[in-house]
Ligand binder design. Structure first.
Ligand code: SF4
Ligand code: SF4
Length: 426
């Protein structure tokens, strides 16, 4: 059957994927010290389960999810806890656990799952600290609730530079398909759709070939347009349905390809999330790579490993250039960090006043008026951003700022509005 995906409104074509698209995933060598934080997910920080002086094994739990909306944290190495300190992660209190690696590789016992029931699988996913690895970091066990008919696998990865998901689809094709099959069988789902942007030619070829052995799963090519990978846009494109908040409204679940792979490895080997694939790229990187990096690795160690062209680097960005954020070298890798980019100065031309050209409005996939957020933020009228211009509908895709010819800092205005809009200002 010929399937015609529905286009969503707005969207842009930011390009620039090719630097690492053909680079095989490599393992980053172990480092001497890991600093693992207790807030790497949406929700409540995990509670520290260890104390200074304790010896921990690789895969051992070191942070406990005390409420449903949280995620367990595990040790990425065998070693000794040398420090536990309070830190602030984007305005939220959390803790950071420092582990000195003893390089013994001693592992905590892992157990996969043999008898599948929805409850047991959900419990395992929770226990292994699995969260959305596409960058959203939503605790996955919460998504596996209620009646589910359709599973949508997000292989879109629409931000420039990033190739973590692309490489996972090419290199772990059958593990992903088996992971989907396990979920579909356990939750008695009817249909599995893998959505992939059409610029990922090799991944599409491999998936289309492999999927022939899986009767309930199909691959759907999607137009290359940002933010095709955003949950609401993906569902609209594949199912022709609109959701208000969550896919479970339409008995669907959306999971990123990396998350599916984590579930497969969790079920099969009992492996928790202690590492993830990260694209380390940008014009300022000597040897751009797709790396499997232990969680809690200092960004400085990653940059030393790949080499940095200090003379041209202007900013280091975590995740993609559209939705990511500027970071310092003291930052550490986390479950949601799918990219580390060293970008040159030309990516950041000087900022000018808004000329009311309307381009930000044209590209907004949610039909919002981003220029108004800048105007209101400048006046401190944060409350009005929601009241008059529905700020909470913003999916923070960054399209508006990307397209703006004046480089108006629209995302800064949006984040300020979301943070401060809860208090009355007018
Ligand atoms: S794209 Fe930039 S300059 Fe144009 S209206 Fe929007 S904020 Fe103003
Ligand atoms: S206003 Fe929000 S949803 Fe619209 S383009 Fe900007 S960041 Fe994306």
């Amino acid at each position: 059957m010929f399937f015609k995906p529905i286009f969503f409104r707005g969207g842009i074509h930011p390009g620039e994927k090719e630097i690492t698209s053909e680079k095989k995933i490599e393992k980053m060598p172990e480092v001497g010290t890991y600093r693992v934080t207790t807030l790497q997910h949406i929700g409540v920080p995990a509670a520290v389960m260890v104390k200074v002086g304790d010896h921990v094994k690789k895969y051992q739990k070191i942070g406990k999810a005390q409420v449903k909306f949280s995620a367990f944290i595990h040790s990425p190495c065998s070693g000794k806890i040398t420090q536990i300190k309070k830190i602030n992660i984007r305005g939220r209190e959390a803790e950071e656990i420092t582990i000195e690696n003893d390089f013994s590789g001693e592992e905590f016992e892992r157990k996969g799952l043999r008898n599948f029931t929805p409850e047991k699988l959900q419990e395992l996913v929770d226990d292994l600290g699995i969260v959305g690895l596409g960058g959203a970091t939503f605790p996955t066990h919460i998504k596996l609730e209620g009646k589910l008919k359709t599973i949508i696998i997000n292989g879109v990865e629409c931000e420039p530079y990033l190739n973590a998901d692309n490489r996972v689809m090419i290199e772990s094709t059958y593990e992903i398909l088996d992971g989907i099959e396990i979920l579909m069988t356990t939750f008695d789902m009817e249909e599995g759709i893998i959505g992939i942007e059409e610029n990922k030619v090799v991944a599409i070829e491999k998936m289309e070939q492999a999927v022939k052995g899986y009767s309930r799963i199909r691959v759907q090519k999607l137009p290359t347009i940002y933010p095709q990978g955003a949950e609401k846009q993906l569902i609209k494109a594949l199912l022709k349905k609109e959701i208000k908040s969550f896919p479970m409204e339409i008995e669907a679940v959306t999971l990123n390809v990396g998350t599916i792979l984590a579930i497969y490895r969790g079920v099969t080997y009992g492996t928790p999330i202690v590492e993830r694939i990260v694209t380390v790229s940008g014009e300022g990187i000597e040897n751009p790579k797709n790396l499997s990096i232990p969680i809690g690795t200092p960004v400085k160690d990653v940059l030393n490993y790949v080499g940095v062209k200090e003379d041209i680097v202007d900013k280091i960005i975590a995740c993609g250039p559209m939705m990511g954020r500027e970071i310092g070298e003291t930052e550490v890798t986390s479950k949601g960090m799918n990219g580390i980019l060293a970008l040159g100065k030309e990516k950041f031309p000087p900022k000018l006043p808004c000329i009311r050209c309307g381009r930000c409005v044209d590209v907004c996939p949610m039909g919002l008026l981003p220029l108004e957020y800048d105007r209101l933020a400048k006046k401190g009228k944060y409350h009005q951003m929601e009241k008059e211009f529905s700020l909470s509908s913003c999916i923070k895709c960054g399209n508006c700022e990307y397209i703006c010819p004046s480089q108006v800092p629209l995302m800064e205005a949006i984040f300020l509005g979301l943070e401060k809009g809860r208090d009355r200002d007018d």
